[in-house]
Design a protein around this ligand. Structure first.
Ligand SMILES: [Zn+2]
Length: 288
């Protein structure tokens, strides 16, 4: 560009001679993108610090190989739940506590839901030694917080353990439910970053989430008929509600309405869960 604005030197504004008269849209867009990236980086840093403040390291002793190791766990009462998905997935402001629900031995590969980690018969231990520990090559060390990939890997390991030790159907179903939640959280994270080539990965993850929801439903249907309540941690009303919700999520609208009805017309159900069941019924009827 020529020096169109020359002649201002005598006013002390000699440096202005070469400025652009109009804003350059490409430059504006670049600046906007840089601002967004900086904001996203700040948000990620804050999220990391919030999450770190919510977890503590706890020492565990493996029931299979006696190895002592540190595991991450969520501090009690630290995170506040802000909402819940229709299938009861909790959402917290500071942390996704679902990531920390499994304890896994880094040496022998024994893994289970935290509540079940110390519950193991000698027969189950023998099965895990033979079918998992004998092949296991070690768990990669995680950073200061778990990523969704860390959490998904640990939950899948716990699910394989539950199958090998012939764990209860409800335990396996619950792990499938947690895996559906984690996979959902992973694609939501990808979507929120707005990565341009994420669409394919998101599609793949959505299909994986659906597979875990279908398996969770299959397991809870069976456990509902064969096991005593609670089904892992779910009392009868919650399990009934969850089966309604899972049916809705996998597209079985008639079944969703049927299971929601079991709560709506149950005199013993609380108003809170009845309201949630009515919401499922409305969603299944396409009213919302
Ligand atoms: Zn071990």
């Amino acid at each position: 560009m020529s020096d169109m604005l020359s002649g201002l030197e005598s006013l002390g504004l000699g440096g202005m001679g070469k400025i652009d008269i109009f804003d350059d849209p490409a430059k504006e867009a670049q600046a906007e993108a840089a601002k967004k990236a900086a904001l996203a980086e700040d948000a990620a840093k804050k999220a990391f610090l919030d999450e770190k403040a919510c977890i503590l390291e706890k020492t565990c002793k493996c029931r299979i190989c006696d190895f002592q190791f540190k595991t991450k766990t969520v501090k009690t009462g630290k995170a506040k739940m802000v909402s819940q998905d229709v299938d009861l997935r909790p959402r917290y402001r500071e942390i996704d506590s679902v990531k920390y629900g499994v304890i896994a031995c880094p040496i022998c590969g024994y893994a289970a839901l935290s509540k079940n980690f110390d519950v193991l018969t000698s027969g189950q231990a023998a099965l895990i030694k033979e079918k998992i520990s004998a092949l296991f090559t070690g768990l990669p060390e995680a950073g200061e917080t778990y990523t969704y990939d860390d959490a998904i890997q640990r939950h899948k390991l716990a699910l394989v353990n539950a199958v090998v030790k012939h764990g209860k159907t409800s335990e396996r179903a619950y792990l499938c439910l947690l895996l559906a939640w984690l996979v959902r959280a992973k694609y939501e994270e990808l979507e929120s970053k707005g990565t341009p080539d994420a669409a394919k990965e998101v599609e793949k993850l959505k299909a994986e989430e659906k597979d875990f929801l279908v398996k969770a439903l299959e397991g809870f249907n069976e456990a509902y008929l064969k096991e005593n309540f609670p089904l892992y941690v779910l009392d009868e009303q919650t399990a009934t509600y969850l089966i309604a919700a899972l049916n809705l999520e996998v597209g079985n609208k008639e079944e969703a309405m049927k299971w929601a009805g079991k709560i709506i017309y149950n005199q013993n159900a609380s108003d809170r869960i009845k309201d949630k069941a009515r919401h499922i019924k409305e969603l299944a009827e396409g009213k919302q």
